[in-house]
Design a protein around this ligand. Structure first.
Ligand code: IPD
Ligand code: CA
Ligand code: CA
Length: 267
């Protein structure tokens, strides 16, 4: 049975409180879809409200921790060491379009290291969580990456760059190579959940570029604690700083890496 630490309990309490509001707002968005004005401003507000709730709850429970978040100002840690890394709504575009796939993502960064992560999908009521050395879970179930070793049997998730993002051409080449050798590629639109789905053996691998620390911090530790190999696309370790990531089960990792290496070499 999964034992939750006090930090995980603090994250869960805060995330569940924020999720209740987010779900109410999501139901509202479904109505706003058909209005002329559209739901865009409303969604921006939902995002901010969610972050405000998380900040309020987490600073009440852990006044000594700092904040690194998508929507607000960073706050230095009073203890000089612990930070909440938060994306209050990962999958905003899905949310805005009434697509039921988005999450609240919270990680704890201790010094430079991510030591805990929690990703809550309020629609499916799935809470993914992990702490360093303690394994990864969805709700109370232990997670383990898939055991597939053949690319031909494997499915992959990615993020397709959109307007305002760079390197569309490079992405198309990468996609083509993975398409040619795999059982398929998915683009669900929430990077935090993509990583959790690798942890849950739903995807065999995931890659994306140009992400932010709060998109991936929690997902990285959840994937690693479930046995995934997680690195930059070229194998480096600076995912949080550089924003590119490759996560997969150990069985297909070298095949994925090789595809990206060949492309770098222009082959
Ligand atoms: C986005 C999602 C998406 C990814 C984008 C991110 P947001 O986060 O994680 O999957 O492809 O690059 O910006 O904006 O919905 O928090
Ligand atoms: Ca995000
Ligand atoms: Ca966001």
């Amino acid at each position: 049975m999964a034992r939750k630490s006090a930090d995980i309990n603090a994250m869960e309490l805060s995330a569940r409180k924020a999720a209740r509001k987010l779900l109410r707002d999501f139901n509202e968005v479904e109505h706003l879809q058909v209005s002329r004005k559209g739901p865009a401003d409303f969604v921006t507000q939902a995002d901010l409200t969610c972050e405000a709730t998380l900040r309020e709850e987490l600073s009440r429970l852990r006044p000594e921790y700092g904040f690194i978040t998508e929507e607000g100002e960073n706050v230095p840690a009073k203890d000089g060491e612990h930070y909440w890394v938060i994306d209050p709504l990962d999958g905003t575009t899905n949310f805005l379009h009434g697509l039921p796939h988005f999450a609240i993502s919270i990680a704890i960064k201790t010094g430079k290291e991510i030591t805990a992560g929690l990703v809550l999908d309020p629609v499916k009521d799935e809470m993914f969580w992990a702490e360093k050395g303690g394994g990864a879970y969805v709700n109370t179930r232990r997670l383990r990456v898939s055991s597939r070793t053949r690319m031909a049997d494997s499915i992959f998730a990615t993020g397709i760059p959109f307007m305002g993002k760079k390197d569309h051409g490079r992405f198309l080449k990468e996609l083509e190579r993975i398409m040619e050798v795999s059982a398929g590629v998915r683009r669900y639109g929430a990077a935090s959940l993509d990583l959790c789905y690798v942890a849950a053996a739903r995807y065999d691998g995931f890659w994306e570029r140009d992400l932010q620390e709060w998109d991936i911090a929690a997902g990285i530790i959840i994937a690693r604690e479930a046995g995934a190999l997680v690195s930059q696309i070229d194998g480096g370790e600076k995912m949080l700083e550089k924003g590119d990531i490759l996560a997969s089960n150990p069985g297909v990792n070298s095949a994925m890496m090789e595809i990206f290496r060949e492309l770098r070499l222009g082959r």
